[in-house]
Design a protein around this ligand. Structure first.
Ligand code: SD4
Length: 290
């Protein structure tokens, strides 16, 4: 098989990509690799955009979104789920144990308990304090800034040359209660087509949903574009609908069946991590605005 294992993930998540790489190197499949990889960030309380320690919504509740997709196009997703540290694993259970794809809110949480997941308070001392501070002004900004951009989307190719992906987030900080972003929406925050490649997104989810961003990128690769070209076209589609608007960030990341990778973003600053036999790299990507 000429295709070599590789994993990529949004942002500079060293530990998550290392974990996924360990799974791939020990002969594990891409699905296990991405699940195990993103779980590292879900458990990391210092990542305040994913899992435990994620920032709450405007009412002070931490609600998580996650999805996972495999080589056969099977997928699972949970949206707006509270009190569970590992939504990606619940999403995988939805995929494997139910005839459904998306479970929401209380239903997702109940399903998680039935599957043996433990109830846990997701708010930490740090996010509680920040929330109390935010309450003083209650200013709602969708702007993705330095403190609000750590969603992890991960794509992997295993020894068999099969591709899988996962995406997990606590969403936009101080969002309206009930808000769901792109991250758990198949085709928006994540899409895998094992014949072609995979894509994932980070940034202001509303804009990614409007263009069905990850699906768009995979289709562009199917039509012959490289991962880099496809990500650039994806961002340009979004910018066309937002002419002149500069107050938001989007980062796309893609991989094709040959293990080539690429990324593109609206503003400088988006990076992705890549781990393969060629080593461990933090890749800076070029941006729409300089
Ligand atoms: C969302 N795309 O909920 C996510 C937010 C994000 O890094 O990517 N933050 O819209």
């Amino acid at each position: 098989n000429p295709i070599k294992p590789i994993v990529v993930c949004t942002w500079n998540f060293f530990n998550a990509s290392e974990k996924a790489w360990e799974v791939l190197k020990s002969g594990g499949n891409a699905l296990d690799a991405v699940e195990q990889g993103v779980r590292v960030e879900e458990a990391d309380e210092t990542n305040e955009t994913v899992g435990k320690g994620g920032r709450p919504d405007r009412d002070g509740n931490v609600t998580l979104d996650a999805c996972i997709m495999d080589k056969d196009g099977n997928c699972g997703s949970v949206v707006c789920m509270e009190n569970i540290v590992h939504p990606v694993s619940v999403a995988r259970k939805v995929m494997e144990e139910t005839p459904h794809i998306i479970l929401a809110g209380k239903g997702a949480e109940k399903f998680a308990y039935e599957q043996g997941f433990k109830k846990e308070d997701l708010l930490t001392e740090s996010t509680r304090k920040q929330y109390e501070e935010w309450l003083k002004t209650s200013k709602y900004e969708t702007t993705i800034n330095i403190e609000n951009h750590d969603t992890i989307g991960m794509l992997a190719i295993d020894d068999n040359g099969d591709i899988a992906g996962a995406c997990t987030t606590s969403g936009m900080a101080y969002k309206v209660a009930g808000r769901v972003g792109d991250s758990p929406i198949i085709g928006a925050g994540l899409f895998i087509d094992n014949e072609v490649g995979g894509a994932t997104a980070t940034g202001v989810g509303e804009e990614v949903i409007r263009t069905v961003g990850s699906f768009l990128i995979v289709e562009l690769m199917r039509q012959g574009k490289s991962p880099q070209e496809a990500c650039e076209e994806g961002v340009k589609r979004i910018m066309k609908k937002n002419e002149g608007r500069k107050d938001f960030q989007i980062g796309f990341l893609a991989i094709n069946k040959n293990g080539e990778t690429g990324g593109y973003c609206v503003h400088p600053g988006f990076t992705y991590r890549e781990y393969s036999d060629n080593g461990h790299h933090n890749r800076e990507v070029i941006s729409f605005y300089e």
